[in-house]
Design a binder for this molecule. Sequence first.
Ligand code: COA
Length: 389
Amino acid sequence: MREVAVIGVGMTKFGEVWNKSLRDLFTEAGMKALINANVSGSKINAMYVGSMSAGRFVGQEHIAPLVVDYAGLAETHIPATRIESACASGGIAFREACMTVASGMYDLVVAGGVEKMTDISGGEATETLATAADQEWEGFFGMTFPGLYALIATRHMHKYGTTPDQLAEVAVKNHANGCLNPNAHFRRKITAEQVLEATRVADPLGLLDCSPISDGAAAAVICPLKDAHKFVEKPIRVLASGQGTDTLALHERADICTMEATRYAAKAAFAQAGIKPKDVDLAEVHDCFTIAEITAIEDLGFVEKGKGGKATEDGMTRLDGEIPINTSGGLKAKGHPVGATGIGQVVELVEQLRGEAGKRQVSGAKRALAHNIGGSGASCVVHILEVPE
Ligand code: COA
């Protein structure tokens, strides 16, 4: 297998982007990534596009050839493949792209992700997102994603004594980080009181415990590490990639406070990288709801099971903490255009590892982890990136 590097990244602003279509969003992110990588589109060998539900959000399926065509590359006839794994679609598109480069099949590949979620009503978006849950056991009975994560939060509180204040700290921190990210959906600070007093969505989760419904796209250009310096000064090595699955329905799990797909993917990624969680300088984790960040830092091994709330309260995950989590603002504040989220995480890590993250820069960052999950944790992908020596 060849070693793989990211040589360029690009993303649109995440948010309610009413004046750009799905194809505009992907093209913008893709062009930015190509320019960032100093690569001409005509040199790309293949493209992977993460998208959860373009059919329901904008009535458009078959988007892989569409984005190649709209980027002006139709005459190259390159293979283009859409990847769907709910909210992990982007992260898995990145993994697939890395594997084709590692295998020697392709030398220059674009991994992208896109979702245009705000063209339908909030209710329709909730229903569309809920298609990633188990339709027979959950969706049919009216279960939604805020509802599923509310069950996880309630159980975590009962089992480990996690408090609403600790959940609120996740949102406060991520909004503070989002203020420092020009591409974030929300760039406003919030207080713990505002989180605790916000309208309840699914108790104990309120409006400010939830990631928003966002539009956006992100892209990354990947090539063999040995060739990367031909294109850019600061390539970033993809040190490891792990992917896991779990039951679709929550009630089938032995313990809903633990995401076994995350544990499986993380174990594979850490084994491949030959490092431990303590060797990671920062991480972008899947905080679709505040409780999800807490379970993620536990399941990834940054803190002991059940101690995620306390660690968050103690400031361990802040920008200046022991392990900064979601420096971009995370899904909570940067936004969560589901198909784009996993690649958006890679964009943040690459900027951090290149030392280009501006006011949210983690000083001396050498190694970083991205954790992207689908639905309530039935799929998960973990990547570890590092500055090559
Ligand atoms: N965090 C902070 N503010 C939010 C927000 C969020 N998640 N969602 C909406 N807002 C703000 C809006 O900007 C708007 O502010 P304004 O009045 O100043 O313009 C206000 O709240 C109302 O927005 P609206 O779009 O009417 O909210 P809504 O009630 O329709 O939707 C949620 C709010 C939380 C239900 C929706 O964002 C949601 O479903 N989030 C979860 C998405 C999800 O499940 N993703 C998949 C995860 S697996």
